[in-house]
Design a protein around this ligand. Structure first.
Ligand code: FAD
Ligand code: NAP
Length: 314
């Protein structure tokens, strides 16, 4: 039966920003409710080793997020497996509707909906999604044991995915549209030293090629961005690793966004233009986009929300 839950602080999202906001809001005795969304634990659940989380030389992303969830829960945060499908920031208290049928009303909202994988937008990419085309090596790499694999992109994600995929693949070809990666130097060095990986510079993915019965990828066509010359590369798996877009649909038309959908906050704070609405993590950050910076912003958002609520006697 549909029900309504009221909370002083509603945290939307369960990545490092959301869980950290949960820890701090709980310790401020605000009895927050955190709604996890479709990806409990957020983006780090799609990776393997995380080597830059302070205090852990190396930790598995999914393990780290299980620990963060347990920490937030232990502090008193109520964690709910639901997806917010609409959010009305024009009324007080704010109203969020869950996919479960539950309505959440809140005196303050902390938005931590993070970011999602971007796609190239090719028809052939769409046609073979789930049948050879993927955006998550951790999730799907295992399916390509002994196969040739293509990775598209030049950031940390692409380099990390390429390295991870060498655990399964006979060969990994990274296709990048420029002649230099933007990934961290240490990651690039590992990639260049790997005998199974080769890089096709200055190329873009023109088409994913495959068969339809049974459905599966057989290769890609890569176009040289300078000469237009096409190179055919055999592959059974194609991993698109070209970055992530902020998940700001819930607040579209309600909050200002910039740089392709990132929610604008007052510099140095997590305050949005609507008093009582705060945003943290990758949703607001087109520059750093790290677990530790997201967690830091989650902390800031809980402290900002606490100050707001104290000032409003809520
Ligand atoms: P996210 O982790 O993106 O989580 C967003 C959350 O919002 C999810 O729980 C989702 O379910 C929820 N959500 C979305 N919409 C809704 C909705 N409508 N209702 C309810 N909930 C919703 N960073 C590092 O520092 N080190 C690394 O080694 C590292 N490796 C990475 C590897 C990969 C493959 C990727 C993709 C990213 C990596 N990053 C790494 C970046 C890091 O994961 C992100 O910066 C960080 O997870 C962002 O945290 P966040 O809390 O802002 O959001
Ligand atoms: P990113 O840094 O934005 O890199 C995206 C890459 O894809 C860029 O090389 C870009 O090319 C390319 N690209 C974008 N659109 C394209 C298109 N339409 N066609 C072809 N290529 C395209 O994204 P990311 O690698 O996902 O990283 C996101 C954030 O998470 C970063 O802050 C990163 O540091 C962080 N992260 C960290 C780690 C880690 O610390 N170990 C691991 C993964 C991610 P150009 O270079 O030409 O723009």
């Amino acid at each position: 039966m549909p029900d309504t839950r009221h909370t002083r602080v509603l945290i939307i999202g369960s990545g490092p920003a959301g869980y950290t906001a949960g820890v701090y809001a709980s310790r401020a005795m605000l009895a927050p409710i955190l709604v996890q969304g479709i990806e409990p634990g957020g983006q780090l659940t799609t990776t393997t080793d995380v080597e830059n989380w302070p205090g852990d030389t190396s930790v598995m992303g999914p393990d780290l997020m299980v620990r963060m969830e347990a920490h937030a829960r232990e502090m008193g945060c109520e964690i709910i497996g639901d997806i917010i499908v609409s959010l009305d920031l024009s009324v007080r208290p704010f109203v969020a509707r869950g996919d479960s049928g539950t309505t959440y009303t809140a005196d303050a909202v902390i938005l931590c909906t993070g970011a999602r994988a971007k796609w190239l937008g090719l028809d052939s990419e769409e046609a073979f999604k789930g049948f050879g085309v993927s955006a998550c090596a951790t999730c799907d790499g295992f399916f390509y044991r002994g196969a040739e694999i293509v990775v598209v992109g030049g950031g940390n994600t692409a380099v990390e995915e390429a390295l991870f995929l060498t655990n399964f693949a006979s060969k990994v070809t990274v296709i990048h549209r420029r002649d230099a990666f933007r990934a961290e130097r240490i990651m690039q060095d590992r990639l260049f030293a790997h005998p199974k990986i080769s890089v096709l510079w200055d190329h873009e993915l023109a088409e994913v090629v495959g068969e339809h019965d049974p459905k599966g990828v057989t290769g890609v066509r890569a176009r040289n961005v300078k000469t237009g010359v096409i190179t055919d590369i055999p592959a059974r798996g194609v991993f698109i690793a070209i970055g992530h877009a902020p998940a700001s649909e819930l607040v579209a038309g309600q909050l200002e966004t910039h740089n392709g959908g990132y929610v604008v906050v007052e510099p140095g704070t997590t305050r949005t233009a609507i008093p009582g609405v705060f945003a943290a993590g990758d949703l607001t950050d087109h520059v750093y986009r790290q677990a530790v910076t997201s967690a830091g912003m989650g902390c800031m958002a809980a402290l900002d929300a606490e100050k707001f609520l104290a000032g409003h006697g809520a």
